[in-house]
Design a protein around this ligand. Structure first.
Ligand code: TEU
Length: 561
């Protein structure tokens, strides 16, 4: 069993193209990260996770990798990378890489070889299939299965050269690697060892629960109004997933200490996650689950659902209970695929933005698990005021918009309403460093404009203000480091039926913490057990609750020993 230092740790996610641009080309880069390491050290985070920085055609902003063992020239060189790694380590921070091995770029040499002929030795490194029986190859409906891709259109691309189709669960420039082939797996493991030998401290593994497919590739169920079927039953948590992860663990991680491995697993269940994170099974340290960020997604993808707090509590409570005695949770509100949480589950208006951002941070960080902070979350950054579709850059937004309008009879306004609230570009606008042009992100033209609220919301202003979201996050992180009940304590949900208050306790030995967050703009009385002789150790407002009544968006943590 490896040690579990990461139970006390907080991870900070950097999306390099939007973090800091050192050379004025409008695109963030590694030198920009180096220049801002002190911001991260001051915040107190333990681990940095970099979204992909490898050479890439940037079809999906780097999640389409054309060379796994080099650095994208837009971002820097391997030498700059080594300098970044040294700089992080010197400040006591670890660094983990994004591992995207469900698919590569179609411009990776492996795929170029695979596509070149039916008998190339690498043909079988990807999923090639002929047209559906009796259908003319390349004609509509002749795809080997009826599956849709995540970014719109079918999950199969016809390739003229050999008259067959290849599978791509995401964009057509992200062909799926065939993990059934042991040579593919060995090539990936060798690449991973190469990065670990270079000094990196682990991996965040992109859609790692999709690497094993049902090799019979059956059609999926087609729901009414949808252009393509959902094939996920054939590749989410597929038949050989545990076997592949255990093999990876043996081949790559065994004998190396102090690593962190986290598997991104859309659609994973609690029971599966227990298996994946049981240390004795040797798979991954923790997983990212999605249930709590899909809570405001209804059966109709183009209809906004408001948050129902009771549902959010039921979901997160179920995950806390399910991994209480075995395995480990990761905790996040935000990443590069999610809208800004203060705009989504909080209130980003002038009156409550700061308070609700702190409340959301409190509730998340006081759960049992390893918290992840996404760049700008520590400032309470908000969604961007998008107008029309021309304002979006994300391949997912553009692809889904086209499919919804062209094939599914949706109106632009219907789709735009959802993209503005939930689109991934909300997370990808430049990090707001100060009140100089472009938020201090770049002296050139940023690839995505800065949120116009940067003169007010920025890191420089918040570092100077002891009451800022930044300093509050710093205290939250410090609390995890210093209070063992935060890292190790058990978890009990209170008030499961309350639509406005999120309340729970954490207990370790003789220490009890009571956490209450008000998810509403009303003053609400908390019907929780009296915390006699309890000390108020954290409060996101100046005034303590009177008669157990929390002010709008207030969050408090009491400690009793
Ligand atoms: O995302 C996986 C994933 O499930 C996405 O479909 C995500 O949930 C969706 O886009 C949210 O709207 C990972 C990466 O995090 C994402 O950036 C990549 O685009 C994707 O894999 C393909 O590599």
């Amino acid at each position: 069993m490896t040690d579990s230092w990461w139970k006390k740790a907080v991870v900070y996610q950097i999306y390099p193209r939007s973090f800091a641009d050192s050379d004025g080309d409008g695109m963030g880069d590694l030198r920009g990260i180096i220049d801002h390491l002190d911001h991260l050290a001051e915040l107190g985070v333990d681990v940095l996770w970099l979204s992909p920085i490898y050479p890439s055609p940037q079809d999906d902003n780097g999640y389409d990798i054309s060379d796994y063992q080099d650095i994208e020239p837009l971002f820097g060189t391997l030498e700059t990378f080594d300098e970044l790694l040294t700089g992080a380590h010197a400040r006591g921070m670890k660094l983990i890489m994004d591992l995207v091995v469900n698919h590569s770029s179609d411009e990776h040499q492996w795929f170029l070889d695979s596509r070149s002929s039916k008998d190339h030795p690498k043909r079988d490194w990807y999923w090639w299939r002929p047209a559906r029986d009796g259908m003319e190859p390349g004609t509509p409906g002749a795809e080997p299965t009826n599956w849709g891709s995540v970014f719109g259109g079918p999950a199969w691309e016809y390739d003229d050269k050999t008259g067959e189709y290849y599978l791509h669960l995401f964009s057509r420039k992200q062909p799926d690697l065939n993990w059934e082939n042991p040579e593919v797996r060995q090539a990936i493991y060798a690449m991973m060892r190469w990065w670990l030998d270079r000094g990196v401290d682990g991996f965040r593994m992109d859609v790692i629960n999709m690497i094993s497919k049902d090799v019979s590739l059956p059609d999926g169920r087609l729901s009414t109004g949808a252009a393509y079927a959902d094939g996920s039953a054939s590749f989410v948590g597929g038949p050989r997933l545990h076997e592949f992860l255990q093999e990876m663990h043996r081949e790559v991680f065994r004998g190396r200490d102090e690593l962190l491995t986290v598997g991104e697993m859309p659609g994973v269940t609690v029971d599966e996650a227990r298996l994946h994170t049981d240390p004795d099974r040797g798979e991954v340290d923790m997983v990212f689950q999605f249930d709590h960020v899909w809570v405001d997604r209804g059966p109709d993808p183009w209809l906004l659902q408001p948050l129902q707090l009771t549902q959010l509590k039921a979901i997160l409570g179920r995950w806390q209970a399910g991994l209480a005695d075995l395995g480990w949770n990761s905790l996040y509100w935000n990443n590069h695929d999610q809208p800004r949480v203060v705009s989504r589950y909080g209130d980003d208006g002038p009156e409550h933005r700061v308070t609700s951002a702190k409340m959301l941070g409190t509730v998340l960080h006081l759960h049992r698990g390893t918290p992840y902070v996404y760049q700008g979350e520590e400032l309470g950054m908000t969604n961007y005021p998008f107008g029309g579709i021309e304002d979006f850059r994300d391949i997912e937004a553009l692809g889904q918009y086209r499919q919804a309008l062209d094939l599914e009879g949706r109106t632009p306004e219907e789709v735009l309403t959802v993209l503005r609230a939930r689109g991934r570009d909300n997370a990808r606008t430049p990090m707001q460093w100060d009140d100089s042009p472009n938020a201090g992100f770049s002296t050139g033209t940023p690839w995505l404009p800065a949120n116009p609220n940067y003169p007010e919301i920025n890191a420089a202003a918040q570092r100077a203000d002891p009451d800022s979201v930044f300093h509050y996050y710093r205290r939250l992180i410090e609390l995890r480091h210093t209070e063992p009940a935060v890292a190790e304590g058990d978890f009990t949900m209170l008030l499961p039926h309350d639509e406005r208050l999120y309340a729970f306790t954490r207990r370790l030995g003789g220490t009890e913490l009571l956490v209450i967050g008000n998810f509403s703009g009303d003053a609400v009385r908390a019907e929780v057990p009296e915390m006699e002789n309890a000390e108020l150790i954290l409060n996101n407002l100046a005034e303590a609750p009177v008669d157990r009544t929390l002010a709008p968006w207030q969050a408090v943590v009491y400690k009793r020993t």
